[in-house]
Write a protein of this length. Structure first.
Length: 128
């Protein structure tokens, strides 16, 4: 029973295709050193939601999966950097495959801190 509840919570926090399209169309975009593109947009649900894209420009499935794992791990380990009430999309660049996680984190985290600390902590604070 508990596992099903956890799965339902995770499903609610995933971005659906139409939400990703809206995020790409309306969201603010910021390149993180040609390693990946960060796209973010406030949401009204009070939760941070997250998606990762690695296109076929990255390579075959093994390379795309590695790129997505690196970005998911960056998000997971640095969750507190990302304010709530925003949707986030990370789009991998082929250059991400040149990094192991520690090197990626060393280069990306300072830039992410700079970009994300300028955001209001939640959508509700900025619209009040």
């Amino acid at each position: 029973m508990g596992l099903t509840l956890l799965q339902n919570q995770r499903q609610k926090l995933k971005l659906r295709e139409k939400e990703i399209v809206k995020l790409l169309r309306e969201g603010k975009k910021y390149f993180i050193e040609d390693i990946f593109l960060l796209v973010y947009l406030p949401n009204k649900i009070g939760q941070r939601r997250f998606a990762v894209i690695a296109s076929k420009k990255i390579g075959k499935a093994v390379k795309r999966n590695r790129a997505k794992r690196l970005l998911r791990e960056l998000f997971r380990r640095n969750l507190t950097l990302f304010p709530t009430s925003y949707d986030y999309l990370l789009i991998a660049s082929p250059k991400i495959l040149n990094f192991k996680y520690p090197e990626l984190a060393e280069r990306a985290i300072p830039i992410l801190k700079k970009v994300l600390t300028s955001l209001p902590l939640s959508f509700y604070e900025s619209s009040g």
